[in-house]
Design a protein around this ligand. Structure first.
Ligand code: ZN
Length: 467
């Protein structure tokens, strides 16, 4: 009787153990994720993966890349192979390393597979549970190729220029780098040159505040992260920027400061009205001329993202009709109050004065991308002309257009005024390249457009395509 009971108990225990054994085999293995690389692997590639299991208690954790049946290790717990192993949470490990031609000389161009595998103990270490994840990648070892095609590149300080070049592979991101500023190239069919997938057109500038010796070169980066650069012949010309001294009167401060404060969220902590003492007005004015100006310029720069990849303009840009130039591009202004220097700024547009409430027309064809009140610019319109080129119209008293509207050259977009930081009714006009001000003088000049832009496009369009 007793023996039978014992036998039964032993049988039950064995059954329970067997059930535990079986269910332990069905417990999920560690959660694995390959964060990098993505689809493409370049000459130098990042490898980042995470592995998660309770207590980060792994029996094994390995990663490798396999190609044509050969396995090349990337990592294992026993041999981290120079990888950084970081415990991100109580349960999760993060593995990060780079691999390249030196660490993996036998990898060749073409498809490969990255595999991460791990096991963890279950049932008090009596059994283990494993999992595996993998990504298919394409290895690219040939860096992009860049060939400049256009000739005679003349860049004047603060001005624009255009280069036509060839880049392969066609899906590489490319453009012109001037110091630390990048100007993307756009497919040439956007400028009417068809049937040449590898042709790119890039407008670029040497900005007014960049040194005359700033390096200028073509750059390309393919989807595998392979980089290339190429120089192209260019000449730099100096331009003299004017200096001016601007006295600030109490009347001017009283007229402009309250309006800008009321309409600029950046100045929410400030208050200005008719009873604000003059010295307080001056302090707020200095905030407007400094911090708000910077913030407004950043908002303008962000509009570059809205540019079309096509040339929307044709022919020279138009200057405000019957207007007088009051202030030029990149004038260095010193501001005086009571005879003392209180501020210095650079004026990055042209001030054009006509009659009050004069019709303001689109300088060239394009698409309206901005029509809001913007701090120092007051009521402001920005028109996109494509391929990174935009024009800006500030201090308007009224606006006739809305974002998304196509406009023709000379189409009326509003009326001039003195909203924002304006000493009187005038149009502040600026040309922007990738959101950064460049001198409009060139874009107003028919000969400059012919020599710098249209000639190069024609020469490339008529050249035979490479074999
Ligand atoms: Zn201005």
């Amino acid at each position: 009787m007793i023996r039978a009971a014992l036998g039964l108990t032993a049988g039950l225990a064995l059954g329970a153990a067997l059930a535990a054994w079986i269910s332990a085999g069905q417990v999920a293995g560690p959660a694995l994720a390959i964060v990098q690389p993505g689809e493409f692997v370049g000459r130098t590639a990042p490898f980042v993966a995470t592995a998660e299991t309770p207590g980060a208690d792994f029996l094994t954790l390995t990663a490798h890349i396999e190609q044509d049946g050969t396995v090349y290790p990337l990592f294992s717990l026993d041999d981290p192979a120079g990888a950084a192993l970081e415990q991100e949470t109580d349960d999760r490990l993060r593995i990060a390393r780079t691999f390249d031609r030196e660490t993996h000389p036998d990898l060749t161009e073409g498809p490969a597979r990255i595999v991460v595998a791990a096991t963890r103990p279950v049932l008090f270490g009596l059994r283990e549970s494993g999992s595996e994840t993998a990504v298919d990648v394409t290895i690219r070892l040939t860096p992009p190729r860049l060939t400049p095609l256009s000739t005679l590149h003349y860049v004047t300080h603060g001005g624009s220029e255009l280069v036509v070049y060839r880049v392969t592979p066609a899906d590489a991101a490319s453009g012109v780098r001037v110091g630390d500023v990048e100007y993307p190239g756009y497919p040439a069919d956007g400028a009417g040159i068809d049937g040449r997938d590898d042709l790119r057109i890039a407008l670029f500038a040497l900005l007014h505040d960049q040194d005359l010796g700033t390096p200028i070169e073509l750059y390309a980066r393919d989807r595998a992260g392979n980089d290339a650069t190429a120089g192209f012949a260019h000449r730099i010309f100096e331009r003299r920027f004017r200096r001016s001294r601007i006295p600030l009167s109490d009347g001017f401060l009283r007229r402009v400061v309250p309006g800008i404060v009321a309409q600029s969220p950046e100045l929410a902590g400030e208050h200005a009205d008719d009873s604000t003492p003059a010295d307080e007005l001056l302090q707020i004015y200095l905030l407007i001329n400094g911090q708000l100006r910077e913030s407004n310029r950043a908002a303008i720069r962000a509009l570059a993202a809205d540019t079309a990849p096509r040339q929307l303009w044709s022919g020279p840009f138009r200057q405000l009709a019957n207007s007088q130039v009051e202030s030029g591009f990149a004038d260095h202004r010193t501001y005086l109050y009571d005879g003392n220097e209180v501020d210095q700024q650079v004026h990055l547009g042209f001030d054009l004065a006509s009659t009050a409430n004069a019709p303001v027309r689109a300088a060239n064809a394009g698409t309206v991308v901005f029509t809001e009140y913007l701090g120092i610019f007051g009521r402001c319109v920005v028109i996109d002309h494509g391929m990174g080129l935009q024009s800006l119209y500030a201090h308007l008293s009224s606006v006739d257009v809305a974002p998304g509207m196509p406009v023709e050259r000379d189409q009326q977009i509003g009326l001039s005024g003195q909203t924002g930081l304006a000493g009187g009714d005038h149009l502040h006009f600026a040309m922007l390249l990738q959101g950064r001000p460049v001198t409009p003088m060139e874009w107003w000049d028919e000969h400059w457009i012919e020599d710098r832009v249209l000639r190069k496009l024609r020469e490339v369009a008529s050249a035979p395509a490479p074999r």
